[in-house]
Design a protein around this ligand. Structure first.
Ligand code: COA
Length: 314
């Protein structure tokens, strides 16, 4: 988001084996700017993880399945709205829970009504202007790592994704929706604008024209409409848990080569902000760490031996 990839040379990013930094450089910058890590340095993730309950962080529950870290917003009574504590908890997940062997991150909401109803409007009603300003910064410090995470991030959208809830989904690399999910950015009807990245990410995902319609009119989309305009990648079958569907769908990611996944993510994300010449150069630089990796050689050997490769992430 802050363009740090542009400054760093991915070819110099060596293997992630051993004591692995949890993000790419841009994440560390984003997180440390607004809210310093509590209970440990970002350089000592293993220590800070030990001090934390592995199954919860504030209003978020955490579990691991199929190689993915699953983050569930547990605020069904407020339709999983983003309170300050929820935003801070997202930041803490990055700071203290994301582990080197997590191959993907899935975000979902509790219950079937809402993925996330956006900002907690009851909490916001009591806030001063400066508190609201500080909350907007938190979207950039505590949520934005989902858009620069070293592993793919996936929104499993189990119901309404409104306002900041849709923006939360937009930060993710991939979006899977339940058939009854709905989508809208109703902010202009509330006297504000989407400010968790909505005005910037939505045009990049669905195109400038559709983004204008959705933001200026506050149009509410069904899952089928969202699929048609490319806002979501997939709708799960009726009666199937969207989380289970997402886990099955992303299995190829968790079986792929970790360094290649990371390099591909960097190159893809850079395409949002680089012109074509710079982008093609960046793509080559992203190839380099893959070229010198053991996993690339393992893939070639496995192909020759007609077996599945065993990737080690180095
Ligand atoms: N912030 C705080 N509380 C919220 C909330 C939000 N964004 N969205 C819903 N809630 C609360 C409701 O006030 C209600 O609380 P109550 O039981 O104390 O009255 C509870 O969650 C259930 O809401 P309800 O509207 O009855 O649920 P629903 O399942 O029929 O509808 C939504 C769910 C998400 C479609 C609907 O609540 C809604 O449109 N919320 C507003 C979303 C919004 O405008 N977000 C933009 C923020 S910029």
């Amino acid at each position: 988001m802050q363009g740090s990839d542009r400054e760093e040379n991915p070819a110099s990013d060596k293997s992630r084996g051993g004591a692995v930094p949890l993000g790419d450089g841009s994440n560390d910058t984003l997180i440390s700017r607004g809210s310093p890590p509590r209970g440990g340095s970002k350089d000592a993730p293993a220590d800070s993880r030990r001090a934390h309950d592995p199954s919860a962080e504030g209003p978020l529950s955490l579990r691991r399945q199929g190689g993915a870290l699953i983050i569930t917003i547990e605020r069904e009574e407020r339709r999983n709205a983003l309170s300050l504590a929820t935003l801070e908890a997202f930041g803490n997940v990055f700071r203290h829970h994301l582990a080197p062997d997590d191959r993907a991150v899935i975000v979902t909401g509790s219950g079937a009504r809402a993925f996330c109803a956006g900002a907690d409007l009851k909490e916001r009603r009591e806030m001063s202007l400066d508190e609201v300003r500080a909350q907007l910064v938190r979207y950039r410090t505590d949520l934005a790592w989902l858009s620069t995470s070293p592993v793919p991030t996936i929104a499993a959208i189990n119901g309404a994704a409104l306002g900041g809830g849709l923006e939360l989904a937009l930060l993710c690399d991939l979006r899977v929706a339940a058939p009854h999910a709905s989508f809208a950015l109703p902010e202009t009807g509330l006297g504000i604008i989407p400010a968790a990245g909505g005005t910037q990410y939505l045009p990049r995902i669905v195109g400038a024209a559709k983004a204008r319609e959705l933001i200026l009119l506050g149009t509410r989309l069904s899952a089928a409409e969202a699929l048609r305009i490319g806002l979501v990648h997939r709708i799960c079958d009726a009666g199937v848990s969207v989380l289970d569907d997402a886990l099955e769908w992303v299995a190829p990611i968790t079986r792929g080569a970790p360094l290649a996944q990371r390099a591909a993510l960097r190159a893809l994300r850079a395409a949002d902000r680089l012109d074509i010449d710079a982008g093609l150069e960046f793509e080559l630089a992203c190839y380099e760490p893959c070229l010198v990796s053991d996993d690339r050689r393992e893939a070639l050997e496995a192909f020759a031996e007609k077996r599945e490769p065993v990737f080690k992430g180095r």
